[in-house]
Design a protein around this ligand. Structure first.
Ligand SMILES: [Ca+2]
Length: 476
């Protein structure tokens, strides 16, 4: 240790300052100046510094010793006082302290026990809760585990089924491939058949058109054949007529041979078809067109009256009925004078054909028929009747004179022609009048002025639909 000493001495002070330096620290000590030991001169030279330090150390030891002695005394006194205090405390406060310690310990123990009890209760409650929680958790867990097991079993089954389905699917796929191949083949065949069907349909349509054309051609051929047949028949008739004419001309140069007396003459000449022909009335020196009905059983009828549609008015005067009117091809009256001339030269029969408003046809025959001259008002003669010619034993058409509106020769005080219309052989006024007014179907009932032939009909005054009077020579 290096010690540096600085010695200072305050003028007139008894304290001496000592300063030491060790390392970076410096220490200063102030000690009182001891006269007994002090040197005679205060001025220290360099030659006596070691002596001064030794002196200082000695003084310091003395000082420490003194202080130590004082401190030891003070400590000893304090120790004694402490012992005394300790004894006092032990004697006076010891029991109280022990009691207090016991109380404190008991209190602490009680608190600790209470606290422990509380903790135990809390732990027990928490344990119960934990057990409940574990139980609650454990039950769902077990249920869940059961369900998981079932799910696993189901999954296994489903996997097996899935595998089976895969196998089946593969089989189906294989079958489907076969079916697709077959279907493709069938489609191809069907398309080919459809094409064939289309061709067949077109062929059928064309065939139908051809058949229709053939049908038309066949009909045309039939019509042509029919026309040819008719033409051929007409041609044959013309040939026959020409041959007859030629033969007649060769036999007689008189041209009067072509003047037919009636339809029977026409038929005998060689005409066998119904129709209008021309006859010659020698006494009247006139030709007259008549309608001829050729009877297949023999003979030919000359029509003297025909009603069928009401197109000709029959409400006419005496002269018209004398000369005749209408068209021989339709409704007409041949004429009283012509009939008188014909029946005067030859014996004739009369046939009356009729159809009532309900479509029922009937007829009346008179083997002998004749008209007298105009001077006798063209009185009619009938005999040997048959058919619907009488009713209740009375002739429907009697042998009466002919009457018209302007020539009343009937057996009634009235004018039957005015009442019943037309010209007829009225009685008073009788049960017949085929020259009455023509009534259309539906309007023909209860018509006293209609076309009447009072036979067995419930409606005695019902107008007829058609009527035809015709005559032919008796000997036929
Ligand atoms: Ca009269």
């Amino acid at each position: 240790m290096t010690a540096a000493q600085k010695k200072g001495q305050q003028a007139g002070s008894s304290m001496v300052a000592y300063q030491f330096k060790r390392g970076q620290c410096s220490y200063t000590f102030r000690v009182p100046h001891l006269q007994c030991c002090s040197p005679k001169s205060t001025t220290l030279g360099a030659s006596n510094s070691t002596q001064q330090e030794d002196s200082f150390m000695m003084q310091m030891r003395l000082l420490f010793d003194r202080q130590t002695e004082k401190l030891e005394n003070a400590l000893r006194n304090s120790t004694q006082r402490l012992e005394q205090l300790k004894e006092y405390i032990r004697t006076t406060l010891g029991s109280e302290l022990q009691q207090a310690q016991k109380n404190i310990v008991q209190n602490h123990t009680t608190s600790i026990l209470q606290l422990g009890t509380s903790l135990l209760k809390e732990i027990k409650a928490q344990t119960l809760k934990l057990m409940d929680t574990q139980a609650q958790v454990r039950n769902p867990m077990s249920h869940t585990e059961h369900r998981v097991l079932e799910a696993l079993q189901t999954t296994d089954k489903l996997e097996k089924q899935l595998e089976e389905q895969r196998v089946r699917l593969k089989q189906l796929h294989s079958s489907n491939s076969d079916l697709e191949t077959r279907l493709h083949t069938l489609e191809t065949d069907q398309e080919a058949q459809l094409v064939e069907l289309d061709d067949m349909r077109q062929l059928r349509e064309e065939l139908g058109q051809q058949l229709e054309s053939l049908s038309h051609i066949s009909q045309d051929l039939k019509a042509l054949n029919s026309s040819r047949s008719i033409l051929y028949q007409q041609q044959e008739q013309l040939k026959q007529s020409l041959q007859l004419l030629k033969r007649l001309i060769e036999q007689s140069p008189d041209a009067n041979v072509l003047k037919f007396q009636d339809c029977e003459a026409v038929r005998r000449f060689g005409f066998h078809n119904d129709g209008v022909y021309t006859i010659f009335l020698p006494f009247l020196k006139q030709f007259k067109r008549v309608f001829c009905v050729m009877d297949p059983s023999g003979g030919a009828w000359t029509v003297i009256q025909h009603r069928e549609n009401g197109k000709v008015n029959f409400d006419r005067n005496w002269e018209d009925y004398k000369q005749g009117f209408g068209d021989p091809a339709g409704e007409h009256w041949l004429g009283n004078e012509a009939v008188y001339q014909l029946t005067s030269s030859t014996n004739y029969s009369l046939r009356v054909e009729m159809e009532d408003g309900d479509g029922s046809k009937f007829y009346a025959n008179f083997e002998h028929f004749k008209l007298y001259s105009e001077k006798q008002y063209y009185r009619i003669f009938l005999d040997k009747d048959s058919g619907v010619s009488s009713r209740n034993g009375l002739l429907i058409l009697k042998n009466n004179k002919f009457s018209t509106r302007d020539a009343d020769h009937d057996n009634c005080g009235c004018n039957c022609s005015e009442i019943m219309s037309g010209g007829w052989w009225f009685d008073a006024c009788g049960m017949s009048n085929l020259n009455g007014i023509y009534y259309q179907a539906g309007q023909h009932r209860r018509k006293i002025d209609g076309i009447r032939w009072d036979h067995a009909s419930s409606d005695s005054v019902s107008s007829l639909r058609t009527s035809r009077m015709m005559m032919r020579p008796l000997h036929n």
